[in-house]
Design a protein around this ligand. Structure first.
Ligand SMILES: *[C@@H]1O[C@H](CO)[C@@H](O)[C@H](O)[C@H]1NC(C)=O
Ligand SMILES: *[C@@H]1O[C@H](CO)[C@@H](O)[C@H](O)[C@H]1NC(C)=O
Ligand SMILES: *[C@@H]1O[C@H](CO)[C@@H](O)[C@H](O)[C@H]1NC(C)=O
Ligand SMILES: *[C@@H]1O[C@H](CO)[C@@H](O)[C@H](O)[C@H]1NC(C)=O
Ligand SMILES: *[C@@H]1O[C@H](CO)[C@@H](O)[C@H](O)[C@H]1NC(C)=O
Ligand SMILES: *[C@@H]1O[C@H](CO)[C@@H](O)[C@H](O)[C@H]1NC(C)=O
Ligand SMILES: *[C@@H]1O[C@H](CO)[C@@H](O)[C@H](O)[C@H]1NC(C)=O
Ligand SMILES: *[C@@H]1O[C@H](CO)[C@@H](O)[C@H](O)[C@H]1NC(C)=O
Ligand SMILES: *[C@@H]1O[C@H](CO)[C@@H](O)[C@H](O)[C@H]1NC(C)=O
Ligand SMILES: *[C@@H]1O[C@H](CO)[C@@H](O)[C@H](O)[C@H]1NC(C)=O
Ligand SMILES: *[C@@H]1O[C@H](CO)[C@@H](O)[C@H](O)[C@H]1NC(C)=O
Ligand SMILES: *[C@@H]1O[C@H](CO)[C@@H](O)[C@H](O)[C@H]1NC(C)=O
Length: 513
C-alpha cells in the first residue's frame, strides 16, 4: 500500500508553496505563514502516476521540493495547528473569558554549556492560556484529526486522550510577556515528579533567580542562553565544567505558575551525547501509515517500540555521564504528551520540539537541522550518537550532514530501517547522504537487539551480523511489484485516500481556521 505517498500529495495540493526556496546553508527562522494564504489548488490528476518509473520521478520531484513536508512524519500531517487569535476566533472565545484563565508555561528541559563566564543555560518554552472548551466542541475539533473514525467510535480511554491532545493544540499563545524562573539543584527526582535519570548528580549549590532578556515573541515563545551565577548552597557550589565529567541537574521552576517546571542539565564540554528522535524509534507511531499514525498520535496510549526502553536503560546505567537529548520535530503544542511518555519510559534528558515560528511550510524543512546545529555548536568538543528511523527524509539528509559540518563529532549514526521491518512502509528513503561517510560510523538496523553489546563509547557502531544493503540512492521502493500491478495499486490507494476524507479534514483546517 502507498497511502502515505498519496497523503504527501495532499499538503502539496492544498497549501500554496512558499515563494522563497529554503537555502540549506542558512536555515532561518522565518515568520510563520498566515492561515489565509493557503489557496487550495486543484488536486493532481492521478494519471501522472501511470507507471513505476512515473512514480519514481514524480516522487523525486515531490521529495526534492518538499522533503520533510511530505515525509518527515506525523507532525507534518498537522502542518498548521492554529495559534493565537486563530484559536480565539475559531472557538468564539471572548477576550475577557480568556483573561480570566491562568497563564501557563511550557518549560522545556534544557542543556547548558561551560564557557569563560561559567555555566550558560538554555531556557526555551512557550507561554499560553488554555481556553475552556466545551466537550462537544472538543469532540468536533478532535474529529478533524481522526480519519476513518470518530471520537464517538473510540473506547473511553482513547476519547479522553484525543480530547486531551486536542485541548493542548487549541491554546492561545501569549506574546509580550516577561518570564522569570527560580533554579534549585535537582535530586534524582525531576521537577515534574518524574525520574530525572541519566545518572546525573545534584549540585551542591546554584539556587538563583533568572529573568529572561526581553518579552516572549508574538507566538509566545522564548529561547535564550543565560549565564548562571556561581552561588553557594548548603552543599557547596556548582562544579565547574572543566573540573568534572559529571552532568549536573538543575530544577527550573517558572515563576507565577505550577505548570512550568523542568529539569535541565549542565553538560561538561567533553563526553558523549545521544540525540534521539522519538516517533517510530522510541514509540510505535507508524507515521508511514497515515490512518494508523493519526490514531496512534491522537487517541491511543503511546507504546514503546519493542525493547528500546531496555537498551536505553542499559546505556544510561553502563555509560558514564551519557547525556540524553530527545529531538523531535513534532509541534511544540504536543510536547507535554511526548515528555510524559518519554520520562515514564526512557532516561531523563533534555528535550527539543518544533518551535512555533517554524510552523510554515518552508521553515519546517530546516527545523531539524536548526536544532541539531544548535546543540552541536553548544558542545564543539563532545561526541554525538544520532538515532532515528528511515521514514524521515530530513533525518536522512541532516544526520549525515552533521558528520561533514562538524568533523570528528559524530561518533555513530543508527537508523532503524522501517521499510525492512514493517511491510506497511513502502515509502522510499534516500541513502545518498551517507556516501562520503566512513562506513564504520553508521548502521541501518532492524530491531533494538541489533544495537546491544556494541561498544559505542569506543566507536563500535557496526554490528557485522546486520546486512546493510545500502545503495547510496533512493531505495525502499516496492521493487518486488511489477510495473503494472504497482501502478494499479497506486491508483486504487489514491482513490482510497480520497475517500477517507483526509482532504475534507485538511479543508476544514485550512478553510475554517
Ligand atoms: C576552568 O575554566 C575557568 C573559566 O573559563 C578558568 O578560569 C579556569 O582556569 C579553568 N580551570 C582549568 C583547570 O582549566
Ligand atoms: C492532559 O493529560 C495530562 C496528563 O494526563 C494532564 O497533565 C494535562 O493537564 C491534560 N491536559 C489537558 C489540556 O487536559
Ligand atoms: C517586561 O519587563 C520590562 C523591563 O522590566 C518592562 O519594561 C516591561 O514593561 C515588561 N513588560 C510587561 C508586559 O510587563
Ligand atoms: C512544580 O513545582 C512546584 C514546586 O515544587 C510544585 O508545587 C508543583 O506541583 C509542580 N508542578 C507540577 C505540574 O508537578
Ligand atoms: C528569588 O526570588 C524570591 C521571590 O520571588 C525570593 O524570595 C528569593 O530570595 C530569591 N532568591 C534568590 C537566590 O535571590
Ligand atoms: C564557584 O566558586 C567556588 C569558590 O570560588 C569554586 O570552588 C567553584 O569551582 C566555582 N564553581 C563554578 C561553577 O564556577
Ligand atoms: C548509574 O546509577 C545506577 C543506579 O544508581 C548504578 O547502578 C550505575 O552503576 C550507575 N552508572 C554509572 C555509569 O555511574
Ligand atoms: C556555548 O553555547 C553557546 C550557544 O550555543 C555557543 O554560542 C557558545 O559558543 C558555547 N560556548 C562554548 C565555550 O562552547
Ligand atoms: C566499508 O568500506 C570498505 C572500504 O571502502 C569496504 O571494503 C567494506 O566492504 C565496507 N563495509 C560495508 C559494511 O559496507
Ligand atoms: C537487507 O536485505 C535483506 C534481504 O533482503 C533483508 O532481510 C534485511 O532486512 C535488509 N537489512 C536492512 C538493514 O535493511
Ligand atoms: C548484533 O545483532 C544481533 C542480532 O540482533 C544481536 O544478538 C547481537 O547482540 C548484536 N551485537 C553484536 C555486537 O553482535
Ligand atoms: C549494556 O551496555 C554495556 C556497555 O555498553 C555492554 O557491554 C553490555 O553488553 C550491554 N548489555 C546489553 C544487554 O546490551
Amino acid at each position: 500500500m502507498l497511502p502515505h505517498i498519496l497523503l504527501g500529495l495532499l499538503p502539496v495540493a492544498l497549501a500554496a508553496p512558499a515563494a522563497d526556496p529554503v537555502t540549506e546553508a542558512h536555515p532561518m527562522i522565518t515568520a510563520r505563514a498566515t492561515l489565509t494564504d493557503r489557496t487550495p489548488t486543484k488536486v493532481q490528476e492521478r494519471d501522472i502516476i501511470s507507471s513505476i518509473e512515473g512514480l519514481g520521478s514524480y516522487l523525486s520531484s515531490v521529495l526534492g521540493t518538499f522533503p520533510s513536508y511530505v515525509a518527515s512524519g506525523v507532525p507534518n500531517f498537522f502542518q498548521d495547528f492554529p495559534t493565537g487569535t486563530a484559536v480565539e476566533s475559531s472557538l468564539g472565545i471572548s477576550s475577557t473569558d480568556l483573561a480570566a484563565t491562568p497563564t501557563q508555561v511550557l518549560n522545556l528541559p534544557n542543556y547548558g554549556n561551560w564557557t569563560d563566564q561559567g555555566w550558560n543555560l538554555r531556557f526555551r518554552g512557550n507561554v499560553y492560556k488554555q481556553p475552556s472548551i466545551s466537550e462537544s466542541k472538543l469532540d468536533e475539533l478532535a474529529n478533524i484529526f481522526l480519519v476513518g473514525t470518530s471520537i464517538e467510535a473510540l473506547p473511553p480511554a482513547e476519547q479522553t486522550q484525543a480530547r486531551n491532545l486536542t485541548a493542548e493544540i487549541f491554546v492561545v499563545q501569549q506574546g509580550g510577556v516577561n518570564v522569570s524562573f527560580h533554579l534549585e539543584p535537582a535530586s534524582s527526582q525531576g521537577a515534574d515528579g518524574t525520574n530525572a535519570g541519566s545518572n546525573a548528580t545534584a549540585p551542591g549549590g546554584g539556587s538563583q533567580n533568572i529573568t529572561l532578556v526581553g518579552e516572549t515573541t508574538v507566538e509566545g515563545d522564548f529561547d535564550q542562553f543565560i549565564p548562571l551565577a556561581n552561588v553557594s548552597g548548603p552543599g557547596g557550589y556548582l562544579l565547574p565544567g572543566n573540573g568534572t565529567s559529571e552532568l549536573q541537574r538543575m530544577n527550573v521552576y517558572t515563576d507565577g505558575t505550577l505548570t512550568g517546571n523542568a529539569t535541565s542539565y549542565l553538560v561538561p564540554p567533553t563526553g558523549l551525547t545521544i540525540i534521539s528522535d522519538i516517533d517510530d524509534i522510541l514509540r510505535v507511531t507508524r507515521i508511514y501509515q497515515p490512518a494508523d499514525g493519526l490514531l496512534n498520535s491522537f487517541a491511543k496510549a503511546y507504546t514503546p517500540w519493542m525493547n528500546m526502553p531496555d537498551l536505553y536503560a542499559n546505556w544510561s546505567q553502563s555509560i558514564p555521564n551519557f547525556h540524553f537529548h530527545y529531538l523531535t520535530t513534532t509541534p511544540e503544542q504536543v510536547t507535554r504528551s511526548y515528555m510524559n511518555f518519554i520520562y515514564k519510559t526512557y532516561p531523563g534528558g533534555s528535550f527539543d520540539t518544533r518551535p512555533l515560528n517554524f510552523s510554515d511550510v518552508s521553515a519546517t524543512l530546516s527545523i531539524r537541522k536548526f536544532l541539531l546545529e544548535k546543540i552541536f555548536q553548544t558542545y564543539p568538543q563532545r561526541q554525538f550518537i544520532l538515532i532515528a528511523d528511515t521514514s524521515n527524509s530530513d533525518v536522512m539528509k541532516d544526520y549525515p550532514a552533521m558528520a561533514t559540518e562538524f568533523p570528528g563529532q559524530v561518533q555513530c549514526i543508527f537508523l532503524r530501517n522501517t521499510s525492512a521491518t514493517d511491510s506497511g512502509d513502502k515509502f522510499p528513503y534516500d541513502t545518498s547522504g551517507f556516501q562520503e561517510l566512513n562506513n564504520q560510523t553508521y548502521m541501518f538496523f532492524l530491531v533494538p537487539d541489533d544495537l546491544t553489546n556494541l561498544d559505542i563509547v569506543n566507536g563500535q557502531c557496526v554490528n557485522t551480523t546486520i546486512k546493510q544493503n545500502i545503495t547510496f540512492s533512493e531505495q525502499g521502493l516496492p521493487f518486488g511489484l511489477s510495473k503494472k500491478s504497482a501502478a494499479g495499486r497506486v491508483e486504487s490507494n489514491w482513490n482510497a485516500v480520497l475517500s477517507t476524507g483526509l482532504i475534507v479534514a485538511f479543508g476544514v483546517i485550512f478553510g475554517v481556521l
